[in-house]
Write a protein that binds this ligand. Structure first.
Ligand code: FES
Length: 168
């Protein structure tokens, strides 16, 4: 009888240990999924490291529940005044990736170097400026941002942002 109880206790403890390890692994996996990598989000600010972005590559991040993009332009790209800026000799452009027609999310076509909006055929050039003859009547918004070394902090109104938006 005592042997049965001990075996039952042992099985119970083993089961509890396996369940605890499983629960820990599940919580760890869930936390990894929820972590906002590679950017850091805090207090309405989103900080992104742009040092790993390749020339011609666009990355999209979330800022205050909205998509913002960072595009590192190809070598030899024309600098569009009021839209593009330089960091360490490289040309970048940023924008709120929301179509200014009716709010859909345009996708960036790397080969064509333009944004296309699938909803009603809106088009924007690589600097986020709307193309004439398509539904959007104004460029995509430039979200407030600041430059901190090789990082961009969305949510802060830095000097470059103020220059681009004529708030300086
Ligand atoms: S919402 Fe983009 S073209 Fe209409």
């Amino acid at each position: 009888m005592e042997e049965n109880v001990n075996r039952r206790d042992f099985l119970g403890m083993s089961l509890a240990a396996v369940a605890a390890v499983g629960a820990g692994a599940t919580i760890f996996a869930m936390k990894k999924t929820w972590d906002p990598l590679p950017n850091v989000v805090s207090g309405g600010f989103t900080t992104v490291d742009i040092s790993q972005i390749e020339k011609g590559e666009l990355k999209t991040f979330e800022w205050r529940g909205q998509p913002v993009y960072v595009l590192k332009k190809d070598s030899g790209s024309e600098k569009i005044e009021g839209r593009d800026f330089e960091i360490n000799g490289e040309l970048y452009t940023v924008g709120l990736q929301v179509c200014t027609h009716l709010g859909c999310i345009p996708t960036y076509e790397k080969d064509k170097k333009e944004f296309l909006c699938a909803c009603h055929g809106g088009q924007f050039n690589s600097s986020g400026v709307n193309k004439k003859g398509t539904p959007p009547t104004r460029p995509m918004e430039i979200p407030p941002f600041n430059i901190d070394g090789t990082k961009l902090v969305f949510g802060e109104e830095g000097d470059i942002y103020k220059q681009l938006t004529n708030k300086a």
